[in-house]
Design a protein around this ligand. Structure first.
Ligand SMILES: [Zn+2]
Length: 611
């Protein structure tokens, strides 16, 4: 029996007696534990508990502010360090690894917060787990989406089984912070990036609660360092971390699955499980750009709150054990991944392919899936199939999609050059701490450039934008990426243009933001929309004259026009389109430069006049 259990029993005993004064000083239960997991504390109560633990072991816990939310609340990290060293550089120099755990990015999903309060107590106050700080410094964000966390209600998540009142998924401007890592619209994201780069953790964990299917597992997790981007780190996660976490969770009485569970068909689990790709808008996608292992943890929404919080606790405890065991290896893997990223531009425009989108092929692996028996029926309410689960175990061997496939890639240039007027595009790179240089004089030289056409923007908003892709859950009018053709040409860039060399640790951020077709590029998110607008136009009576002159002197153009009228009914029916046809192909039309992507890909950095 641990000391803590004694205190808990005593506290319960004295509470029953009523007359005996209850000693708060001895009660180290977290607020969630004290309510028997009926409730989760608000921020003030969360911070009060953290401060109490910090005060109990002077010099071992530090609580730091790292920025402000939109509504002006202080974002905090908690650092547990056994020897009271809280300076990241000194910690790195001492050969210890740093774990950063992020909680409540979706503030209705706060299992991680309550598990971190308990873990901190067990590391620092009762010292049950003190050994886990031997080679690791434990850093956590108790509540990341803090404004959302304080928007408490019993009605914020219909799918979820408690606790009684929980926070909201979006931040104070209703942005989903777990879609904001690349574009960095939110003050929380910007504060996160600065904090992350100050600490440079060795492993990052993002704690969530699922949506989706019902099944026996209470803990699902995904260790995602995509093989094509950091192969050695991915191997360590796959072979040394994942099986260990799974086994330790099972040994602790939880039921773990080492993959997030996504059904091929939401109404029929028998059709198998698929995987999801991990673009940079997600926290774990951001980790790929940071060359760090990222672990996504999802507790199952329908399990009771105690099961979920203790499951979250156990996976963090097990991860700390693995990090203590493999400290030197982990640190060297990260160092290597940083060095590899800084070499991406070294073979500029050679045969090196950098994956922009990693998806999945047809290949599957059979896995034993511990689900529940279910029934399917045609619903007269929705008009489609619906599923109802029993809680009777159904263990079935199902195919899990495991074939990783690069679906889009590029050859990295030596660097990029951005004309200085594209301030919002440059500002996002600055928010990511990407190293940039400014040209001192106007420069004309050979670059690769794109001309893009055929873009369609999504109708309903997605994360406050109308992107050139299909956002989640949106109905009609999905966006569609047309095409970008690349040419090598001589171009002029004004003084003060921004040069982004790829010989840096954060080269992948620049590539993902500046390659137009990348899944979360500045172009896709609408930061270059104005290049697609035709600014000058011809009056109909002016174009009529131009059309007649050109039809007469250019038989090729005439033939092309006639083919278009024959073959394209919409074109044929539009007087404006018919006249535009001649304007677009004239020097006046070309002067609009519609679709000309202003960023240049530098073939080499030599000769570019930057500071
Ligand atoms: Zn979530």
């Amino acid at each position: 029996m641990s000391l803590r259990t004694v205190f808990v029993s005593l506290a319960g005993f004295s509470a029953c007696l009523g007359a005996v004064p209850f000693s708060f000083a001895q009660d180290w239960r977290t607020p969630a534990e004290a309510s028997d997991y009926r409730t989760t504390p608000d921020y003030a109560e969360t911070v009060a508990y953290l401060e109490r633990v910090a005060a109990a072991a002077p010099g071992q816990v530090k609580i730091e502010n790292f920025g402000k939310t939109g509504e002006g609340r202080d974002l905090k990290i908690v650092i547990a360090s056994k020897d009271g060293v809280f300076d990241p550089a000194a910690i790195h120099a001492s050969g210890r690894a740093i774990l950063l755990v992020q909680n409540s990015i979706h503030a209705g999903e706060m299992d991680g917060k309550d598990s971190c309060l308990a873990l901190l107590r067990d590391l620092i106050q009762n010292k049950d787990r003190a050994k886990l700080l031997d080679h690791v410094v434990f850093v956590f964000i108790p509540v990341y989406n803090l404004d959302g966390h304080e928007r408490r209600s019993a009605y914020n998540r219909i799918n979820q089984n408690g606790p009684e009142e929980i926070g909201w998924r979006g931040n104070a401007t209703n942005i989903n912070l777990n879609r904001d890592y690349m574009k960095a619209d939110a003050p929380e994201t910007r504060a996160f990036l600065k904090m992350f780069h100050r600490w440079m953790p060795d492993v990052f964990v993002d704690d969530h609660v699922t949506d989706g299917a019902d099944f026996q597992y209470d803990v699902t997790f995904n260790a995602d360092a995509t093989p094509d981007v950091a192969p050695e780190t991915a191997k360590w996660l796959r072979e040394s971390v994942t099986p260990e976490l799974e086994q330790q969770l099972d040994a602790a009485g939880h039921v773990a699955f080492p993959n997030l569970i996504n059904l091929n068909d939401d109404t029929d689990p028998a059709k198998g499980l698929t995987d999801i790709s991990n673009p940079p808008r997600f926290s774990t996608g951001q980790m790929i750009l940071e060359n760090r292992p990222g672990l996504l943890v999802e507790l199952h929404m329908l399990k009771d709150y105690k099961t979920r919080v203790t499951g979250n606790y156990e996976i963090l405890r097990a991860l700390l054990e693995v990090m203590n065991r493999d400290t030197a290896k982990l640190i060297s893997l990260n160092r290597q991944a940083d060095a590899d990223a800084a070499k991406l531009g070294a073979h500029a425009l050679g045969n090196t392919q950098f994956p922009l989108t990693i998806g999945f092929g047809e290949g599957t692996t059979p896995v034993v899936f511990r689900g529940y028996h279910y029934k399917r029926a045609l619903s007269e309410v929705s008009g489609t199939m619906w599923i109802s689960y029993s809680h009777e175990p159904w263990n079935a061997t199902l195919p899990l999609t495991t074939e990783v496939k690069v679906s889009l890639s590029t050859t990295p240039p030596a660097g990029y050059i951005i004309p200085p007027q594209w301030t919002r595009v440059i500002d996002v790179l600055a928010a990511h701490d990407v190293a940039m240089r400014r040209t001192t004089v106007a420069w004309t030289g050979k670059v690769e450039r794109y001309r893009c056409a055929g873009m369609e923007w999504q109708g309903p908003p997605f994360e406050g934008h109308h992107p050139i892709f299909r956002g989640e859950g949106s109905g009609a009018e999905p966006g569609r990426f047309g095409s970008c053709a690349r040419t090598t040409e001589s171009a002029t860039f004004p003084a003060g243009s921004v040069v982004v060399p790829l010989d840096q640790r954060l080269s992948k951020v620049a590539i993902q933001w500046l390659e137009p077709e990348a899944p979360d590029s500045a172009m896709r998110w609408g930061f270059f929309d104005s290049v697609f607008e035709q600014r000058e136009y011809g009056e109909a009576y002016v174009l009529e004259k131009l059309a007649r002159e050109n039809l007469e002197k250019d038989p090729g153009l005439k033939a092309e026009f006639e083919r278009r009228v024959q073959g394209d009914a919409r074109f044929a029916a539009s007087p404006e389109a018919r006249l535009e046809f001649f304007y677009d192909r004239s020097p006046w039309g070309q002067a609009n430069r519609v679709g000309e992507y202003p960023v240049g890909r530098l073939l080499q950095l030599d000769g570019v006049p930057f500071q």
